[in-house]
Design a protein around this ligand. Structure first.
Ligand code: F6P
Length: 549
């Protein structure tokens, strides 16, 4: 039993029914499923906003989908969803509401946390960001010496980096090309070095992004950036014109020396990995402009509304979440690939890694008990077609089941030359060919019919039956990006709800942080550090010897 009196997930009749159904299906073949239903290619599709979602190439039947939806109903996914949208404290281990959806709520919406409507605050910050972004973009906001700001460097890590860095890449075609944007996250000094080495400090704005403003990597990099700036400009007063902060922690921002008038606020009910449509997106807003930023928020909102209101049979995030459960829990799949066929989405999967793996990488359920079922998968992938010439071999002919999402666009971005636009069909031919090959493979008979010598037939046979979702959108716009991100946010939500885990905490990153603080004096001062294990002690000694001091 769960604390709320419900039966534990793997003892529910719905779970057992799925396990039995999985056995009955055995190694059902996609070839058979398509042969049995000529309408599958169009019937197993859904639309949300601009996204056309094809799930026909999954190892599922109508019964599978019905049983999965019954599992979602038994675990009250929609009940938890409604509690999230209502602002209840569903992040129980941190006792916080989970309201990234309020970040894109319309101005007149009412979303209450502890009886207070948070929407006016959201729009006040958006308005403040808009004003600031316009001033920087127009050149009205100048640096300390009066020079125009031409470079923006976002310093943050995790959710305070991945979101804006990813979205900047995705929306490059919409950015102000006369400005330079860089994103520094790594405490490895080479990250900051490479980001600023060719920049003029007098033209550079640093955006220090940190929800807590205590993250050691970010504070260290921000301190070094301030040193770099002051060395060139030689006046403490310069900080006010070259540093702004994005944070929930005004006290720490002030202690760092940034004027809180130059702080853009957000709230504890915005999780780091769900935050780039909050103030954390300021660098992106400067890059693409406030109007485009708001178009992106509109895109998020389309999918929020869909998730909140669409019935289970038509609810795309629900479907994608349940398909992941089908493979992770009933087919022992360990990973999930996200393979975008757009070079602009080169950082998209890295972004999803935090979103998914920090959310659902948990072995303890909401009641503090170890789960007896698999939770979040390893999420990985890079843009096609590069992956095709690297690791797709393993997806096609390896021994592992790797469900994958293929994301593609009907039109290339408008700014490409006609010649480069013409390459788009070739890109998309690969996109369609890959999911076809993965699903249907090539039988030994088909290989033989090509005259392949018998000893090579096994090598050239493709078993196929590799499940994929195809997500197709007309064009990569700010709104479509918002739709895609919201889709994955809610997919992750669905899975966490079914697994009965808290998808909104991240205690698993704490231990490493604490130990790093403990080990550091052993490296910097050669101090004898209590409690180091034998391996770490020897490694520290080897490091010091190799370093030569
Ligand atoms: O990795 C842990 C984490 O807390 C993430 O959840 C968060 O996005 C990141 O660190 C950065 O935190 P902050 O924005 O507080 O600097």
């Amino acid at each position: 039993m769960n604390a709320d009196g419900r039966t534990r997930l793997n003892q529910t009749p719905e779970w057992t029914a799925l396990a039995k159904h999985r056995e009955e299906l055995g190694d059902v073949q996609l070839r058979e499923l398509f042969a049995a239903d000529s309408g599958r290619g169009t019937g197993y599709t859904l639309r949300v906003g601009d996204l056309y979602v094809d799930y026909s190439k999954h190892l599922v039947t109508d019964d599978t989908l019905r049983l999965l939806r019954e599992l979602a109903a038994a675990t009250d996914v929609f009940g938890l969803r409604d509690a999230m949208f209502r602002g209840e404290r569903i992040n129980t281990t941190e006792d916080r509401a989970v309201l990234h959806t309020a970040l894109r709520a319309p101005r007149d919406a009412v979303v209450e946390v502890d009886g207070e409507n948070v929407v006016p605050g959201v729009h006040a910050v958006l308005d403040k960001m808009t004003e600031f972004a316009d001033r920087v973009r127009s050149g009205e906001w100048t640096g300390h010496t009066g020079k125009r700001i031409r470079n923006v460097v976002n310093i943050g890590i995790g959710g305070s980096d991945l979101g804006p860095a990813m979205a900047y890449e995705v929306l490059r075609a919409y950015t102000d090309r006369s400005m330079t944007f860089r994103f520094v996250s790594n405490v490895d000094g080479s990250d900051l070095h490479e980001a600023v080495r060719d920049l003029d400090p007098a033209e550079t704005l640093f955006i220090v992004a940190s929800k807590t403003f205590t993250t050691i990597e970010t504070v260290t990099n921000a301190t070094s950036a301030r040193g770099w700036l002051l060395e060139a400009l030689g006046d403490e007063a310069a900080v006010a014109k070259h540093f702004v902060a994005l944070s929930t922690n005004a006290e720490k921002v002030a202690a760092f020396g940034i004027d809180t008038a130059n702080m853009f606020e957000f709230w504890d009910w915005v999780g780091g990995r769900y935050s780039y449509d909050s103030a954390i997106g300021l660098s992106l807003m400067i890059a693409i402009g406030p109007d485009r930023f708001r178009e992106m928020l509109d895109g998020f909102r389309i999918v929020d509304e869909h998730f909140r209101t669409a019935p289970a049979e038509a609810n795309v995030p629900l479907l994608l979440g349940l398909l992941g459960i089908w493979y992770g829990n009933f087919h022992d799949a360990q990973s999930h690939a996200v393979l975008p066929y757009s070079h602009y989405l080169s950082k998209f999967t890295a972004y999803l890694q935090q979103l998914d793996m920090e959310s659902n990488g948990k072995y303890v359920d909401r009641d503090g008990r170890e789960v007896e079922w698999q939770t979040g998968p390893v999420v990985w992938g890079t843009p096609g077609t590069n992956g095709q010439h690297a690791y797709y071999q393993l997806i096609h002919q390896g021994t592992k089941l790797i469900p994958a999402d293929f994301i593609g666009f009907a039109r290339p971005v408008a700014e490409l030359s006609d010649e480069l636009k013409a390459q788009h069909d070739l890109l998309m031919a690969n996109f369609f060919a890959q999911t076809q090959a993965l699903a249907f493979g090539k039988t030994p008979e088909e290989v033989r019919a090509e005259g392949v010598p018998e000893e090579l037939v096994p090598h050239k046979t493709f078993r196929g039956n590799h499940p994929t979702t195809t997500i197709l959108a007309p064009e990569l716009t700010p709104s479509v990006l918002g739709q895609l991100v919201a889709l994955y946010e809610h997919k992750v939500f669905v899975q966490g709800a079914v697994w009965n885990i808290d998808s909104f905490d991240q205690w698993g990153v704490e231990l490493g942080k604490v130990l790093a603080k403990r080990v550091e004096p052993a490296l910097t001062e050669g101090a004898e550090v209590e409690g180091l294990d034998a391996s770490t002690k020897a490694l520290v000694a080897a490091y010091r010897e190799l370093r030569g001091r």
